[in-house]
Write a protein that binds this ligand. Structure first.
Ligand code: HEM
Length: 108
């Protein structure tokens, strides 16, 4: 299994409105190999907010396929960063990937 994270650094106070943007699925659910998605808000930060989108995949290839897909393009067509549109609270983003070496789930 493989995990890809997009970490959004946000203007202070904008985490909740940003999280709500992730409530509706916009195509990722139809990508072969996609398994799960978590959206987290980081606790106890002082100067900015942070929202992470964690996606779980059967393989790195399925994640790469999604990045190249029309579904990815469509889901991001209204996304702007603060530097290109000052109304956007998204200050920066950073992608990290992980190999899931072990997983135990009580319910799955
Ligand atoms: C290039 C910088 C990126 C920014 C600023 C960004 C931000 C966003 C935002 C704000 C949304 C909500 C869409 C909306 O409000 O219309 C979204 C959708 C999404 N983003 Fe990104 N994103 C970026 C790249 C990525 C990458 C590389 C990943 C993978 C780790 C990712 C994972 C997701 C997922 C899973 C969704 C939901 C897609 C769906 O439901 O089909 N994003 N992104």
């Amino acid at each position: 299994m493989f995990m890809a994270e997009n970490c959004l650094t946000l203007e202070k106070g904008s985490a909740n409105e940003t999280v709500e943007r992730f409530y509706n699925r916009q195509g990722i659910e139809n990508i072969q190999g996609f398994k799960d998605m978590f959206v987290t808000t980081t606790n106890n930060l002082k100067d900015f907010d942070e929202v992470k989108i964690l996606t779980i995949w059967e393989s790195e290839q399925s994640f790469k396929d999604w990045l190249q897909s029309d579904e990815f393009k469509e889901a991001h067509k209204n996304v702007r960063q603060h530097k290109e549109d000052s109304a956007s609270p998204i200050l920066q983003n950073s992608v990290s990937t992980y190999s899931i070496a072990y997983h135990y789930g009580k319910n799955a």
